[in-house]
Design a protein around this ligand. Structure first.
Ligand code: FPP
Length: 246
């Protein structure tokens, strides 16, 4: 029995989020520069998107560039942006062929103009696709997102379109970049780091976390299957007792 057949399709996570980590270390192991690692990471992105869509996952969110990544050497930042523009440009056709909608979350206005324009064009060109939504987190961090949500809410209070007593959890969710998306049920991080790193802090409140030693360019279809199989062995209690769940 291959790994794919061990997956119970009726309890598939509807939303999977991934911190793609380890490109730099992978490149170092190959005796190459960090950019080579990112270029090879694109192959894993392609495989993962294809596999998730084939299985029937509804949302796949990939942490492609964090707010903190702007502090990397300028050369690496520029190369990553070029790679993103190039990949988005090259993959739009395939996204359409596979009925996949592209979305992006983060401080998108801070992206270089060509990257921003390319992204908006791909989002527009894929907006009617329905099989799966691929969400790229770009210039994203949860702290930025939460501060931004607080500002939006404060403005509404100031101009009296919202009152303080009406603020609840749904109000916060509705002002995050992920408004109208289900929270992830499974979050995968590659490269052996056991951290969340400012990723979807509000949305991951009850998400199952899965950490693997695999470096991102080595992350394969089987690794995604393995993560889902592991997720399906877990009892999700949401604060209730085991007896209440069963
Ligand atoms: C983390 O590895 C990876 C990134 C910051 C960038 C991820 C980008 C890609 C996989 C390329 C393009 C993506 C898309 C969606 C088209 P790291 O550099 O932090 O590795 P290290 O921890 O080993 O140094």
């Amino acid at each position: 029995m291959n790994l794919k057949d061990k997956i119970n399709l009726s309890t598939l996570p509807k939303h999977i989020a991934i911190i793609m980590d380890g490109n730099g270390r992978w490149a170092k192991q190959q005796g190459s520069d960090r950019i080579f690692g990112h270029e090879n990471g694109v192959k894993s992105v392609r495989d993962t998107v294809e596999t998730a869509a084939e299985l029937g996952v509804n949302y796949l969110t990939l942490y492609a560039f964090s707010t903190e990544n702007w502090n990397r050497p300028q050369e690496e930042v520029m190369a990553l942006m070029q790679l993103l523009v190039h990949t988005i440009n090259a993959e739009t056709k395939t996204l359409n062929k596979n009925n996949i909608r592209l979305k992006a979350i983060g401080n998108l206005k801070s992206l270089p103009t060509d990257c921003y324009n390319e992204l908006q064009e791909a989002i527009e060109n894929t907006k009617n696709n329905t099989r799966m939504t691929l969400v790229l987190a770009l210039s994203y961090s949860s702290h930025w997102e939460i501060v931004d949500a607080v500002k939006q809410i404060a403005e509404k209070i100031e101009n009296k379109t919202l009152s303080v007593s009406d603020i609840n959890e749904d109000t916060i969710s509705a002002h995050l970049c992920t408004a109208n998306m289900p929270d992830p049920e499974l979050m995968i991080r590659t490269s052996g780091e056991n951290r969340i790193s400012n990723f979807l802090l509000w949305q991951l409140a009850y998400t199952e976390l899965y950490f693997t030693e695999k470096l991102w360019p080595d992350f394969s279809k089987d690794d995604l299957y393995q993560a889902i199989i592991n997720y399906q062995t877990r009892e999700r209690r949401f604060g209730k007792t085991s007896e209440q769940i069963n």
